[in-house]
Design a protein around this ligand. Structure first.
Ligand code: SF4
Ligand code: SF4
Length: 82
């Protein structure tokens, strides 16, 4: 079931589409922690292969880089109404 996370409410998360590739964590940790280290990313990919759980940490800046690097459609930007 797609859901939002309070630490980044500009993203609609659909865990059922997540393959666990960790591209999102790699780009986030590269940019914000200067290393390819998923543990230092501001998006957390947990759960099991059958039931993924995805959340953002309080440090998330909502920069959307992880969205751009997820090729499976798990992360979708929520456009603000104007
Ligand atoms: S890039 Fe997308 S599919 Fe890969 S782990 Fe992150 S959310 Fe899941
Ligand atoms: S929105 Fe930016 S800071 Fe937040 S998890 Fe994604 S890449 Fe990291």
């Amino acid at each position: 079931m797609p859901h939002r996370d309070p630490n980044n409410d500009k993203v609609l998360i659909d865990p059922d589409k997540c393959t666990g590739c960790l591209n999102c964590q790699l780009i986030c940790s590269l940019v914000y922690a200067d290393s390819f280290n998923p543990a230092r990313a501001r998006i957390m990919i947990g759960g099991s292969q059958d039931k993924r759980e995805i959340h953002f940490t309080e440090e998330c800046t909502a920069c959307k880089l992880c969205i751009e690097h997820c090729v499976y459609g798990t992360l979708e930007a929520i456009e603000e109404a104007v």
